[in-house]
Design a protein around this ligand. Structure first.
Ligand SMILES: *[C@@H]1O[C@H](CO)[C@@H](O)[C@H](O)[C@H]1NC(C)=O
Ligand SMILES: *[C@@H]1O[C@H](CO)[C@@H](O)[C@H](O)[C@H]1NC(C)=O
Length: 406
């Protein structure tokens, strides 16, 4: 009996490793193995959900914890860093600190994990945040913000904003120089980091608090807009398993409404009005994306005169709100300087590029790192069993930037 199971597993695994990968993607063999494992886990998941054993969101969360657990197996805790879980103004955080106290105040970082606002945790990012804190010798605050769909917008953002403000105000208790604190996040965490930087800079009630200015915002392949799900990078990477268009739209939808009723409409941009599509062409025109990045699998849009007004009316307040989608802010002059990472094989590539252009146009200093063989998630595979060269590179580049700018 056991033999049959092993055989079945082997056949499935072999079948799934033959998944097509686009040319130029870094280390496709490793990704094939990840893909095959995920497909098998997905089958198990479908079985578990159908039999009522669990629900899709709980199952996905466990899978992420498990995957990240595997990633961290080969990364032991850093000897020079201690960490403990604390509460910052009602928000759960994990604080990493150097064991050896420095006689001078040191730098700090608020880290906001990714996972589509729906999955991921301080635990699943532990090996990463621990590593960053140790390599930089800083105090790092990893925010365990509440997740959608149980807690849609604005709850996750409010948690991150509260924890960040508390850290800025109490930095000295951690031997941190409050003028040297950055906010950093990847993927949905990049959205929350950008929105936090934006709120602290522009919202009247925060301006009146006279908080120290954030040293920089580190946005690692962030998601920044939910008007156009057919940008060149959404089109080009629509079915790439690492993060496909469907899943990204589901994540936005859970964060936006807590449900998935509009996903089909969102995937074809039916969720915005013709008028908004017209305005959006000025801020997120596909002409802003460099031509050499639009060579594969891209069809320029020709029709902008469509959209379901009913859906749009019910969600427009969020869609157009810069705290929800930071690209929606019209004037960005005054924002902290930015370190922005984009990857070629990522539906979110163009969200990052639009933001780079927007900040540059407003004279906000921007360092833009584009990884032409990179994919969504490289920043998490800098070490461990499926580490890739482009992953190591993205982490090293980030650490170098921090050493020079934090
Ligand atoms: C830990 O700190 C000590 C003393 O500062 C240093 O010699 C050692 O290389 C550090 N270890 C790691 C793994 O960074
Ligand atoms: C999008 O809207 C058009 C009408 O404007 C409609 O024909 C089409 O079925 C809609 N598609 C989805 C998936 O909502």
């Amino acid at each position: 009996m056991k033999l049959y199971w092993c055989l079945a597993f082997g056949v499935l695994f072999a079948y799934y490793t033959y998944c097509p990968m686009p040319d130029g993607l870094a280390e496709p063999m490793k990704l094939r193995i990840v893909f095959a494992s995920r497909q098998i886990i997905k089958l198990v998941g479908i079985g578990a959900v159908l039999s009522g054993y669990t629900d899709r969101i709980s199952f996905s969360r466990s899978v992420i914890e498990f995957e990240q657990g595997l990633l961290s197996l080969s990364c032991s805790d850093e000897p020079n860093i201690t960490f403990q879980d604390e509460i910052f103004d009602g928000v759960r955080v994990r604080v990493y600190q150097p064991v050896e106290k420095s006689d001078k105040p040191i730098a700090g970082m608020v880290y906001v994990h990714g996972g589509g606002w729906v999955v991921g945790s301080v635990d699943s990012y532990h090996y990463q945040t621990n590593y960053i804190a140790a390599r930089l010798g800083i105090v790092l605050v990893s925010v365990d913000y509440r997740l959608a769909p149980e807690h849609p917008f604005p709850v996750p953002l409010q948690d991150v904003v509260k924890a960040t403000i508390w850290f800025l105000q109490n930095a000295k208790d951690y031997n941190v120089d409050p003028e040297r604190i950055a906010v950093v996040g990847d993927s949905a965490g990049g959205n929350l980091a950008a929105a936090t930087a934006s709120l602290l800079t522009f919202q009247e009630k925060y301006k009146q608090m006279n908080l120290p200015k954030l040293k920089f915002q580190g946005l690692i392949y962030p998601c920044l807009q939910s008007l156009d799900f057919l940008t060149p990078s959404y089109q080009q990477n629509k079915n790439l398993f690492i993060l496909n268009q469907h899943l990204m739209v589901e994540f936005w939808s859970w964060y936006l409404t807590g449900h998935l009723k509009y996903v089909a409409a969102m995937k074809v941009n039916n969720h915005t009005s013709p008028q908004v599509k017209d305005n959006e062409r000025k801020i997120m025109g596909h002409d802003q994306i460099p031509t050499e990045l639009k060579k594969r699998d891209y069809i320029p849009p020709t029709d902008f005169n469509f959209g379901n007004i009913g859906i749009f009316t019910s969600i427009q307040n969020h869609l157009l709100n810069p705290s929800f989608a930071p690209l929606m802010r019209s004037i960005v002059t005054g924002l902290p300087s930015a370190y922005i990472v984009t990857a070629e094989f990522d539906v979110l590539r163009d969200d990052g590029i639009f933001y780079v252009k927007k900040l540059e146009d407003a004279n906000v200093p921007v360092t833009w790192k584009h990884y032409e063989h990179g994919y969504h998630g490289i920043f998490s595979v800098f070490k461990g069993p499926i580490a890739s060269e482009v992953g190591r590179q993205s982490m090293d580049d980030f650490l170098r930037f921090c050493r020079e700018n934090l």
